[in-house]
Design a protein around this ligand. Structure first.
Ligand SMILES: CC(C)(COP(=O)(O)OP(=O)(O)OC[C@H]1O[C@@H](n2cnc3c(N)ncnc32)[C@H](O)[C@@H]1OP(=O)(O)O)[C@@H](O)C(=O)NCCC(=O)NCCS
Length: 197
């Protein structure tokens, strides 16, 4: 199965918003996100990327179909809710590139696409932020005994560690969304991971 990578910057993202939003909703239904998403929210979320000429979305394509995607944006161009943990840690926002997500349909996993997503985003981060100090992302914390945790479950922690990212137990944020097994939105604790350049 051959996958092509297409890099689009913010201004070029508009035609892909619908497919990308649908892909996010589909992949993030799985543990640990369990996100019961809706396309209207997705379209609003992606506006931040469209508005930033320095953002990047990498699309993984199987012929004409988008089967995966990965995003990044200079933290200065992100909305304030994503900036707060960095301000609290007294970091210089102008030297951080924030990685939004990596998503890939299940049938395409385990062939190195996840590594490629990191390579392409880190390369972009260095180009758009010449004084880059950190690339960063966050991941949701779920209890070990969460009823929807698959058994067995392999977390991405070892992969991220191998990529040079270190978990920052003191850098947390709270976001809220509706889980697939809940009636309404609930708060989720997110923990940040940083790689120093
Ligand atoms: C994250 C994701 C894009 C990685 O894609 P991928 O193409 O399978 O990744 P790769 O093939 O490059 O493998 C990356 C590493 O993960 C490991 N891995 C493989 N299968 C795995 C699994 N089921 N669970 C965890 N790690 C796995 C691989 O062994 C590899 O490590 P290695 O270099 O030591 O061999 C994909 O798993 C995904 O879409 N997950 C769901 C969404 C998600 O959780 N995204 C991350 C947070 S936004």
């Amino acid at each position: 199965m051959s996958i092509d990578f297409k890099s689009v910057d913010g201004s070029e993202l508009e035609p892909y918003v619908e497919s990308l939003g649908l892909l996010r909703v589909q992949v993030f239904r799985q543990f640990p996100y369990l996100y019961d998403g809706d396309l209207d929210y997705e379209k609003k979320y992606l506006k931040t990327y469209i508005a930033s000429p320095r953002s990047l979305v990498v699309l993984a394509m199987d012929t004409d179909k988008i089967v995966g995607a990965s995003t990044c944006i200079p933290l200065e161009d992100e909305s304030s809710e994503f900036q707060i943990p960095f301000l609290q840690a007294e970091m210089d926002l102008s030297k951080v590139c924030y990685f939004g997500e990596s998503i890939l349909l299940e049938g395409y996993r385990g062939q190195g696409v996840g590594h490629r997503f990191f390579d392409l985003r880190e390369g972009h981060a260095k180009r758009v932020i010449p004084e880059l100090e950190y690339t960063a992302f966050c991941a949701v914390d779920r209890p070990e005994d969460h009823p929807l945790r698959p058994k067995p479950y392999r977390s991405h922690d070892a992969f991220w560690d191998k990529r040079g990212y270190r978990k920052q137990p003191n850098m947390k944020a709270e976001y809220q969304w509706k889980d697939i097994d809940q009636e309404s939105e609930t708060k989720k604790q997110m923990t940040f991971w940083l790689r120093r350049f």
